[in-house]
Design a protein around this ligand. Structure first.
Ligand SMILES: CCCCCCCC/C=C\CCCCCCCC(=O)N[C@@H](CO)[C@H](O)/C=C/CCCCCCCCCCCCC
Ligand code: CA
Ligand code: ZN
Length: 266
């Protein structure tokens, strides 16, 4: 049992040199860049509060769980232990499950499912089964998780076909662009390590951490915005960026111009 927690007991080892900057932290830069989750998550929790209050307070669980993803990611890179790997990957799986349950568009539900509660229960069952299966071949987990991004982009494409709002389109392309940059770093670190070692630049996985958090902030806000238009249209949602609307890489959030009260007046 203690072997599961042992340093370097995971089959995964990223390109960054082990123990280069500290004798206690296996991959220093990868560990430190995981702390970026702690910076973005509280800000997103704050920015999404008006939408969560109107729609469903469970929305807050997404960014609360992202704090745990950051924590487990830091623990994994600090130790490269098997337990760290599983905590890192399973926390990502459960955030994905939560996002699907909350936000997957009703229009795209399989025909035999009539309401979101049934859909969320099905997602929960699939997440539990996938959690158990993840112990069968742990080295395959990360690849499987990355496939979810493809499904999210495909579903977004279906939703965006009829969209002409430039602000929404900008958010969508920014999310996809950030993800393309992120996944390029992840793949390059995984499969091009000898090349990057020759250049003495082995930090691509750490850069992936930073880019994927930004991609998730952009994609989740876009999906929440589409959801708000569909599920709480009286709230008149619109998109803005923090701290400034004109910043190239501000954090997107949803502003509600109407509330339940104004709905009752109409
Ligand atoms: C209707 C669904 C809406 C979904 C919205 C987005 C949901 C985000 C869900 C999960 C957060 C992912 C956080 C990534 C943490 C990375 C930690 C990490 O680096 N782990 C690695 C090991 O250290 C591990 O190898 C990585 C495994 C792959 C993770 C793949 C995550 C998929 C993220 C999907 C992002 C969607 C972006 C879509 C852009 C248009
Ligand atoms: Ca390494
Ligand atoms: Zn990582």
């Amino acid at each position: 049992m203690t072997g599961l927690f042992a340093y370097e007991s995971s089959d995964l080892d990223w390109c960054e040199d082990n123990y280069r900057h500290s004798e206690h932290i296996v991959e220093y830069f990868n560990t430190m860049s995981s702390l970026f989750f702690f910076v973005i998550s509280p800000i997103m929790l704050y920015l999404l509060h008006p939408y969560a209050r109107e729609r469903n307070l469970a929305v807050h669980l997404v960014w609360i769980m992202m704090i745990f993803v950051g924590l487990f990611s830091a623990y994994f890179h600090m130790t490269l232990s098997f337990m760290g790997q599983m905590l890192d990957e399973l926390s990502i799986l459960w955030v994905l499950g939560l996002c699907y349950g909350l936000w997957f568009p009703r229009r795209l539900f399989p025909s035999f499912i009539k309401d979101r509660t049934t859909f969320s229960r099905l997602v929960m069952m699939i997440t539990v089964v996938t959690t158990l299966c993840s112990f069968v071949k742990p080295t395959a987990n990360a690849y499987l998780l990355n496939c979810f991004a493809l499904h999210i982009i495909y579903s977004l494409g279906l939703e965006m076909r009829i969209c002409t709002d430039p602000k929404v389109l900008r958010l969508c392309w920014s999310a996809v662009g950030l993800w393309v940059l992120a996944i390029s770093c992840w793949i390059s670190d995984r499969f091009g390590c000898s090349f990057w070692q020759k250049l003495n630049f082995c930090y691509l996985h750490g850069i992936w951490h930073i880019l994927i958090v930004m991609a998730v902030a952009y994609a989740s806000t876009l999906i929440a915005y589409l959801d708000a238009n569909y599920e709480i249209p009286y709230s008149l949602p619109s998109l803005q960026y923090w701290p400034n609307d004109n910043w190239v890489l501000g954090l997107p959030y949803i502003v509600l111009k109407g509330t339940t009260k104004t709905q009752k007046i109409f």
